[in-house]
Design a protein around this ligand. Structure first.
Ligand code: KG4
Ligand code: ZN
Length: 371
């Protein structure tokens, strides 16, 4: 079975052809970084216009690269939630038009859900994917620009959310931290590179690792982001006065020391320290989630991971170490399937169709995830 996947939820226009839900015959991604760089963030109207201009081109390229004709496609999978609504609409409209004109089934796929699938995709000539019938129970982690959450999965269609971020997503925190450090857009990969500067010290600054509460499975990255801001710009003077008032203390602390000069070495140290704390927060909660699942009698067999931040060098190493220690099989996406792509949608679409979850032409584009 050949499925054509289409994706346009944020700033990547993508199409892919996937065979039997696993083998990626082609995956084409048109990134819009050059359009949004000047604004240091995605401008929704510019993004949706670019999707309209590119969706047919990437679809043609995906078919050509897979060496299949449109009439050989068995179904169309499309990311229909979550995303910038004017963007999501583009792929959804294209998928409906193809479904109607070809008389082929359409299946709407949740983009966040699809990130969890990206680690079981297989490339032509690449290492084999995990056996399809041997994945569950699984602990799932999505770390992307818009979402950071963990899930317990007993099937591709049976899952529950264990916890999620109460403020920034991890990728969003990376992007903001990169802006504070004066790095370009998109910030995540740039900060990751800076943190890997030879000699950069991850213990140069002790940044907070959010715990929230002893048993919490939620994440928080806003405190870490603020700590980095203060390390770069200095703690505002009113901060100590306000603190003294809030605690009823009579002694107002002396003004905080001026921040260290932001030399190249200092920037690399701050990037490494930020990266250390951000990844430690993820690993802490993953450990808690795995313990909680085991305690409830659902011992995970696999750790499914996905989302743009799974491209992060430090996180990838820590995930490998964690999976080894716990005896979990790790489904870590190949670098090209970490960030947004349509192969993950086509792959999960196959599983949804097999589970009888086909959509129809009433499929709606929606801004929020359903998982
Ligand atoms: O999954 P994705 O492409 O889009 C969403 O669904 O949100 O993730 C994009 C996010 C951005 O915030 C980007 O900065 C981050 O993934 N990212 C990284 C790295 N590569 C991409 N963050 C940290 N380190 C990286 N190497
Ligand atoms: Zn994504």
């Amino acid at each position: 079975m050949l499925i054509l996947g289409l994706e346009s939820s944020c700033d990547e226009t993508a199409a892919a052809v996937v065979e039997r839900g696993r083998l990626v015959r082609s995956s084409v991604v048109a990134s819009q970084n050059e359009i949004h760089r000047a604004y240091a963030g995605v401008v929704p109207e510019l993004a949706s216009r670019a999707h309209v201009e590119r969706i047919l081109g990437v679809t043609r390229d995906a078919l050509a690269n897979a060496d299949v004709r449109l009439d050989q496609i068995d179904a169309i999978a499309v990311g229909h939630r979550p995303g910038l609504i004017g963007c999501v609409l583009v792929a959804v409209s294209a998928a409906k038009a193809l479904s109607w004109s070809l008389g082929k089934p359409i299946v709407g796929v949740d983009h966040v859900h699809a990130h969890l699938y990206s680690g079981v995709l297989e490339e032509v000539g690449g290492p084999p994917a995990l056996p399809a019938d041997d994945v569950f129970p699984a602990l799932g982690l999505v770390v992307s620009g818009g979402h950071t959450a963990m899930y317990e999965l007993t099937a591709w269609t049976q899952m529950r959310r264990l916890g999620s971020t109460i403020d920034d997503a991890m990728g969003e925190a990376y992007d903001k931290a990169a802006t504070i450090l004066g790095l370009g857009f998109p910030g995540g990969p740039a900060l990751d590179r800076l943190a890997r500067t030879p000699g950069a010290r991850a213990d140069a600054e002790v940044f907070p690792i959010s715990r929230i509460a002893p048993e919490s499975l939620d994440f928080s990255f806003s405190g870490l982001k603020t700590a980095l801001l203060y390390a770069v710009k200095g703690v505002p003077e009113h901060h100590s006065v306000t603190r003294a008032r809030a605690t009823g203390s009579r002694t107002v602390k002396p003004p905080p020391p001026a921040p260290l000069p932001l030399t190249e070495t200092r920037r690399a140290d701050l990037a490494a320290s930020f990266q250390h704390a951000a990844v430690a927060a993820i690993m802490l909660k993953l450990g808690r989630a795995a313990d909680a699942m085991s305690a409830s009698g659902v011992k995970p067999r696999t750790l499914l991971t996905g989302g743009g931040v799974t491209a992060n060098s430090h996180l990838r190493m820590e995930l490998q170490r964690f999976a080894e220690q716990r005896g979990f099989r790790l489904a870590l996406p190949a670098m090209k399937f970490c960030v947004d792509n349509a192969a993950m949608l086509a792959g999960l679409g196959h599983e949804l169709l097999a589970a009888g979850r086909a959509s129809d032409l009433n499929l709606e584009a929606m801004p929020a995830t359903a998982i």
